[in-house]
Write a protein that binds this ligand. Structure first.
Ligand SMILES: NC(=O)c1ccc[n+]([C@@H]2O[C@H](COP(=O)([O-])OP(=O)(O)OC[C@H]3O[C@@H](n4cnc5c(N)ncnc54)[C@H](OP(=O)(O)O)[C@@H]3O)[C@@H](O)[C@H]2O)c1
Length: 332
């Protein structure tokens, strides 16, 4: 994890987390501007977006504490997804130059997006297409990769299938809906009433309000289910699958994810139904996202934006779950 330096000649503003807790523990402070190492790129961050991992890290969810410090967080500046302009590069960097417009997910390189500057490894960044705004670019990396990897790499989505997206109104779901439609599948989306109109307007064929209907009990069967919440047992999800169908989860309740891991082989052997968990490969498919965007096939759904100083409010909004698509934070 990169250390924050309180002292240094060049300064920047960053939102600092010294302890786990509610968004009230976050503090906008002046800290030293980071200096890139040989393999790093210094990015002037112009936009960032909020992810579930920021929320979980802030709250100090038990699993996160195992990775990020039992009692006090080792990550002091939250934020995975950035978009901005290259300010300087280390001596070993070949893919980027000062002035390049870039974006990427920093979750595998120590976070740090909610600041005016951050250092990122060059492998953690992609060039931003000129027609994509910094806000749009900041929306894409983590949620977009989970949607692509969940549907395509793990779910092996095929034309003509019946596909259900559970938790479709958030970051991953709104990307997944757009990608699924490119495959010519019939898409059913599940979320709360306030989000279903947007999803319908984006081309969802069927909508289910999860407050009124449990899609695992309705008798309908799907060839592929992509879930961002995983609140039920793998047997319930298997019930909603066609023979040989696949359930793919990107995240959710830890006990349920463990059940999915343990019981998956049994479900495959007994019922020929497949349950899979996505392991995020950060930034792997950003070139594909660029292609989709430039072809007019991808429009990030955004909520906000919030100023960096209003990050606590942005995170509070994320915590309500009422956001549609991605919550954006801008630094300019
Ligand atoms: N696999 C990996 O390597 C990896 C890496 C990073 C993140 N993740 C995971 O990826 C997920 C991020 O998803 P996201 O960015 O799309 O989150 P998000 O923006 O919070 O969206 C989640 C959506 O699900 C809805 N929802 C809540 N409870 C639901 C339920 N019981 N049934 C159906 N929908 C429900 C939410 O609406 P309401 O809350 O308003 O109801 C919201 O619209 C998280 O689970 C995170 O842990 C996984």
């Amino acid at each position: 994890m990169p250390e924050i330096q309180e002292h240094g000649d060049e300064r920047m503003k960053a939102v600092i987390m010294d302890s786990y807790g509610t968004p009230d523990v976050l503090e906008l402070r002046d800290v030293a501007k980071p200096t890139p190492k040989a393999d790093q790129v210094l990015v002037r961050v112009l936009a960032a977006s909020v992810n579930d991992w920021d929320w979980a890290l802030l709250r100090g969810a038990p699993v996160n504490r195992l990775l990020s410090g039992l009692f006090r967080p080792r990550v002091h500046i939250l934020g995975c997804d950035i978009a901005g302009r290259v300010e300087a590069v280390g001596g070993g960097v070949t893919a980027f130059r000062p002035g390049d417009e870039v974006y990427g997910d920093l979750s595998s390189s120590g976070f740090g997006a909610f600041a005016e500057y951050v250092c990122a490894p060059e492998t953690g960044l992609a060039h931003k297409p000129a027609g994509m705004t910094f806000e749009q670019a900041a929306a894409i990396p983590q949620a977009g990769m989970l949607a692509v990897q969940g549907l395509i790499d793990v779910g092996l989505i095929k034309s003509g299938q019946k596909v259900l997206l559970n938790g479709a109104g958030g970051g991953v779901g709104t990307f997944a809906l757009q990608i699924a439609r490119l495959y010519g599948v019939e898409v059913t989306v599940v979320d709360k009433p306030g989000k279903l109109d947007v999803l319908r307007a984006m081309g969802a064929d069927h909508v289910i309000d999860y407050l009124k209907e449990d899609f695992t009990k309705g008798g309908k069967r799907y060839d592929l289910i992509l879930d961002v919440k995983t609140t039920r047992s793998p047997f319930a999800y298997a019930r909603a699958l066609t023979p040989n169908g696949t359930y793919v989860t990107v995240g959710g309740s830890m006990p349920r994810l463990l059940q999915t891991l343990v019981l998956g082989p049994l479900l495959a052997r007994l019922y020929h139904k497949h349950v899979r968990i996505v392991g995020l490969k950060p930034n792997k498919d950003l070139a594909y996202m660029n292609q989709l965007f430039e072809a007019g096939d991808l429009q990030p759904v955004m909520d906000g934006s919030y100023k960096l100083s209003d990050l606590p409010e942005a995170l509070r909004f994320f915590g309500t779950g009422d956001h549609k698509g991605k919550i954006i934070v801008t630094m300019a």
